[in-house]
Design a protein around this ligand. Sequence first.
Ligand code: NAD
Ligand code: DAU
Length: 340
Amino acid sequence: MKVIFVTGGAGFIGSMFVRLILEEVKDVKIINFDALTYAGNLENLEGIDSNRHEFIHADITDRKAVLEAMPENADALFNFAAESHVDRSILSADVFLKTNVIGTQVLLDVARHRRVKRFVQISTDEVMGSLPEDENSFFTEESPLRPNSPYAASKAAAEMIVRAANKTFGIDTIITRCGNNYGPRQFPEKLIPLMITNALNDDPLPVYGDGKNVRDWIYVEDHCRAIWEIYLKGKSGEVYNIGARNEKRNIDVVRSILDLLGKPYSLIKFVEDRPGHDRRYAINPQKVETEIGWRPRTSWEEGLKKTIKWYLENQGWLERVRDGSYKEYYRKNYGARLGV
Ligand code: NAD
Ligand code: DAU
């Protein structure tokens, strides 16, 4: 039986990873270590095989707690735990530095002490900054790190200390950089679930700037499968970009959501832009395709339909996560923009 240590496994991507691995890989036991911040939710783990899953409620910046929870010689550590939302990092960056940078350093230290066999850092294409639009340029593993938001800067810093741990201490590390994920259980602060939620409530849909910023979308399950395959087949010390060759302008994403929900475009409201808003992300996934043999399985059309269906069928989940702290964040970020 393999033992893997997953951090942030109650969040959007981490919980999908836990579900997928428990379902598809029968000889794995998962220790799921999560602080249950506003984005962590035990409901995301309902229905999993609890015999092969142990949940530990603690913070990755708490060295003692990490040391106690991490067994000797675990087969791998997958670090999903992070503050993940750009707009929140613009409002206040402190916790981003604490969790994303210090937390990663604590995990690396303890992983070395406990002789974890492979450390997989879940990073993001945002560390590479922004690409020009209307150009045939793409992010590759060699692109320079040019983060433009406090969130992206904290993730870039985390990558650097993972690299340093590999070079200095010989820890077996891998960094994966994925683009924008979508799918079930994504917290409704991110574009797609926010637009679904507001449309369902006939509230205005706040599109930043001119709506022509481009993101490279991937269905969350495809991302998780890529991480597992890279863990199994990737080379120590390497970076792997993950993308589904699926660039979309924000405004087109929002219109597709309204079309699928049968709601009018008049709900769209163009609002003041995000400061430092990256114009375009686009990943060249050639390395993961050729070296690892991974390909996405879910088309954009199918994935968006499945996502909307999930939110329609889980409106209780949505109402519970839109609690007082969500409403407070919403007022801070959108109050002036929407006049609410
Ligand atoms: P999320 O915000 O939905 O979940 C983050 C999880 O981490 C939550 O369960 C939260 O409770 C936990 N967490 C936060 N701080 C913690 C701490 N100090 N100690 C322990 N647990 C803590 O995030 P997500 O969208 O699922 O992203 C997961 C990872 O993937 C992040 O590292 C993010 O940078 C990366 N990523 C996300 C995307 C995307 O599109 N969402 C794309 C590429 C990479
Ligand atoms: O690319 C990977 C990254 O994707 C991850 O590292 C981040 O964790 C994840 O949050 C995501 O970052 P983005 O900033 O691209 O995602 P977000 O959903 O916040 O925004 C997507 C696009 O939609 C972006 O161009 C901003 C725009 N947007 C977003 C919101 C929340 C709007 O126009 N209006 C909004 O209200």
